[in-house]
Design a protein around this ligand. Structure first.
Ligand code: HPA
Ligand code: ZN
Length: 325
């Protein structure tokens, strides 16, 4: 209780959040009705009951099904606005947000509609509540890479992208497939991150570092299987955006007590705590922090380290970082 209050009041930074993963059943069903799209859930309870996953792919199936109700600019605005409202409640002062344009394009939703809706909600949250944000365009690694250069160019014409990421089904989809578009992103001065070492082996983390030149690894929890890789991450100070509830829900760890966040911190790695897809995994950032601290017996000093790591790992300006510290 005392800990929960402390966590709630502490100003925090979130670095691993898929905006499509914040689609709560209430909004999902109301958007389905708005657009007359049939969903296999008749009510909120049925939707929640479907949120039981065996692995990453079984989650992605439900997650991508949910995205099919997002059609118009106002849908993306309402989705993002609801998450930014949560940020305000949770005292998140800076957030870096992923979105999956290839999925929306495959539903016939143009990029400017997606980005326009998200960005107007982000601008409003900054103006009204002082919450800063960065938008990261994710490529879906289980789709073809050919169209991604054109997609990135389209996004740059619209503007407001801080960086690129890589998400979706990891196993069988190694990072090197996206080498070309990440190289272009680097040459344009964009930040680069990639999901790696969530379900995939440590080799995928090596590959993300070497072929995509990423600045952060999303998840990365399997790095502990490879001592040389841990050395590399330490030497280059590459942060890991760890998502405890996600890892348990997708069976990366059998339960929160078995999570290796404590080991990552003990090894000196720059780990951070994040919520990933909070509408699907049972909680937003503060819930992730409180329950993980509880299960792993982490103290307030660990929480301070985690949040200092997040500030440092963020893509904020040096002056904004100072302000947040
Ligand atoms: N991993 C990979 N792809 C995703 C995730 C994730 O945790 N969430 C949304 N897309
Ligand atoms: Zn993720």
């Amino acid at each position: 209780k005392v800990l929960a209050d402390f966590v709630r009041d502490l100003p925090k930074v979130e670095l691993h959040l898929h905006i499509e993963g914040t689609l709560e059943p209430e909004l999902l069903l109301s958007l389905a009705e708005r657009h007359r799209i049939a969903m296999p859930y008749a009510n909120i309870e049925m939707a929640r009951a479907a949120y039981e996953f065996d692995d990453l792919q079984s989650f992605l199936n439900v997650y991508y099904l949910g995205t099919s109700v997002l059609r118009e600019e106002r849908d993306f605005y309402e989705l993002t606005q609801a998450y930014m409202q949560r940020c305000k409640q949770q005292h998140i002062i800076h957030t870096e947000i992923f979105f999956d344009p290839q999925t929306h394009l495959s539903h016939g939703v143009p990029l400017d509609v997606v980005m326009g809706g998200i960005q107007s909600a982000l601008r409003e949250a900054e103006l009204e509540w002082g919450i800063s944000s960065a938008l990261i365009l994710c490529f879906e690694r289980d789709r073809e890479a050919e169209s991604t250069v054109g997609l990135l160019e389209d996004a740059l014409r619209i503007g407001g992208i801080a960086g690129v990421g890589l998400d979706s089904a990891e196993l069988g989809n190694p990072p090197r497939k996206f080498q070309e578009v990440f190289k272009l992103a680097k040459s344009l001065g964009l930040h680069r991150v990639a999901h790696a070492g969530e379900e995939g082996p440590p080799d995928y983390i090596w590959e993300a570092l070497d072929t995509l030149e990423v600045e952060r690894i999303d998840h990365g929890v399997r790095c502990m299987e490879d001592p040389l890789l841990v050395q590399r991450l330490l030497a280059t100070k590459i942060p890991l955006t760890v998502c405890p509830f996600s890892n348990v829900e997708l069976k990366v760890f059998p339960d929160l007590h078995s999570h290796n966040l404590g080991d990552l911190l003990a090894a000196g790695l720059s780990a951070t705590i994040n919520s990933d897809d909070p509408a699907y995994f049972g909680g937003y950032l503060n819930d992730n922090i409180v329950e993980t601290m509880d299960c792993l017996s982490l103290g307030v000093e660990d929480l301070i380290v985690l949040q200092k790591n997040a500030i440092e790992a963020s893509f904020c300006s040096a002056s904004r970082k100072l302000e947040m510290n």
